[in-house]
Write a protein that binds this ligand. Sequence first.
Ligand code: F6R
Length: 367
Amino acid sequence: EKGGYDHFMLKEIFEQPITIADSLRGRLMANEAQIILSGIDDIKDKLMAARRVIIVACGTSWHAGLVAEYVIEELCRINVEVEYASEFRYRNPIIDSDDVIFAISQSGETADTLVALERAKEQGATIFGIVNVVGSSIARISHAGCYTHAGPEIGVASTKAYTAQLAVLMMIALKVAKDKGTISEERFGNLCHELNQIPEKVQWVLDNEVDNIKAIAYKYKDAHDMLFLGRGYNFPTALEGALKLKEISYIHAEGYPAAEMKHGPIALVDDQLPVVFIASKDAYHEKIVSNIQEIKARKGMVISVVSEGDEITPNISNDVMRVPNVDEVIAPLLTVVPLQLLSYYIGVYRGLDVDKPRNLAKSVTVE
Ligand code: F6R
């Protein structure tokens, strides 16, 4: 049932070229520059009139929400708020019938998310579910939605469900931007094309980088702490990289916006601290290069996720994990993959049960 892989987590990481394609299938028509999402059509009037979109989720699904905030605000010019379900449900939030809530959940059963949505629904909000498990509680209480189609995820740490969430959220952002007229035809066409190429770019990472990532994992497996830093679209990727490492390897890790370093965390940096930079080519690339130099100047060990062909970042990094070139908006679908593999192999080298980390359950149905 693990299809020849040692663990479900590894199988699920390797399935991503297929699962992302499954999420896109029948929805993204890259050649015709068209996106069909009937769930979005169902709430189109609400969405066009909405003052804001509130995203409610937990854990990795919350990280997908954070990516969506960057992408939807940029492409659709709609204000997005991303909420931890557990906080949102208890703080008596201001919600009204103009609000559209995007609920993101792999299992569709997470108690905090479910209750937060029930409250918001009572107050008249429109609930849109982005859920993996068909017929789950969150899918059922949503007014409309869009399944992620990642297939069953057995490993406790979310991998393929996350990239499927991102694929769906990217399509939603692109479709809404097109309907609202906030994106040019040309940019829309280009981004559809880029999104369509993601399965093969993820495959490239799996075909070309695994041995390198294994060696990096072996080298850093005894670290006590790690930092993950990114900017812009890759800031949520830093958070997700840190969460994966914590769960799977029990190494303490933190994700931070790279520029926040100097406001405190840089005090942690010494020659024992590995710092992972998500440094794929984007509009902020020069800035992240200078953040890397700040860490190097303090003798930190730098592991960078870099775009193929980048000749600058590898020279200032101790180790690099390469990804194909990709538009910055779509990059989070790709840059997370080396981080999933890094956590997986570190967990394996530490002799841990990567499919069932201690203290964790696949779906958190208690608050
Ligand atoms: C992390 C992980 C958890 C879940 C979170 C939400 O790898 O799996 O953080 O993302 O418990 O679960 P769902 O998406 O099922 O609501």
